[in-house]
Design a protein around this ligand. Sequence first.
Ligand SMILES: [Zn+2]
Ligand SMILES: [Zn+2]
Length: 317
Amino acid sequence: MKEFKIKFRGVRGSHPVSTSNKLKYGGNTACVELCANGHKIILDAGTGIIELGNDLVKSHISSGTSTLDRQPIEAIVLFSHSHMDHIQGLPFFKPTYINSTKMHLFGARTNGKDFQQFVSDSIFKLMFPVSLEEVAADIKISNLKETRAIILNPDSGEPEIIRFNSEEEIKAQENAVVITCIKSQTHPKEGVNVFKIKCNNKIIIYATDTESYMGGDIKLINFSRGADLLIHDAQYTMEDYISHVNPKQGFGHSTSEMAIEVAKHANASQLVLFHVDPSYDDGFIEKLEEKAKGFFNNSLFAYENLEIDLMQVKCKS
Ligand SMILES: [Zn+2]
Ligand SMILES: [Zn+2]
């Protein structure tokens, strides 16, 4: 069965929040769940991944009566970068502590270290009482860069990694999922990976923690061209971005206006504004959303548990 669904598990930028006036949009940090032709793909491991893990464990337990006959949890986790709000949920992701779980983690080299070393040293060893060697799951960790594509084939949980120079060279089976990325240097200090996930001729772009330019980020616009769904950083209002008191320019984040500019130039069908500032409450985001719709009708601010079925969204005419 052809399937391409997305569920937002954490949408907040910088740090989690829990005050009651921020819970409509949600307080967990970045995590997005994709179900693509039987594959589970997770974008970032902010605190939103914790509840996702709890849900996966519940389905795992109800899939059989004993450890041996339960359906194993398999997931691909893609890290945009290694800032705290994108990694802090990983040690609390419960499937990690189940023997039958298989996970593949992909991220960029960080602080001169391979991503494997970064996860082992900086997420587990230094910050958590359990080391990576002690966790029960089978976890493979790889570096990912612009010239590598991840192919998820229909009958295999094992991702295939291929090298390529241009996207046209990538050959994949009809029902395969193809994941590529570009490196954006607009986020301090080591940049950020922007992901493209292609499945059933639909395209999702995940562009968190990017700061656009006047006229739009051309590299990002070209990469996002024709996207069915563009998820774009929209952390700040323009007032906060250019504030005389505490300007946010150079912090590596965009405004809704910048995100809309990318969506329009890329001819994206739908825009989800993401990674909203933790100081903005629900009423304030509602107003920003209303304003954004005035400039790009098919846009909304991401909220926790928002689900979109890409196979139900009509193609552009
Ligand atoms: Zn972030
Ligand atoms: Zn960041």
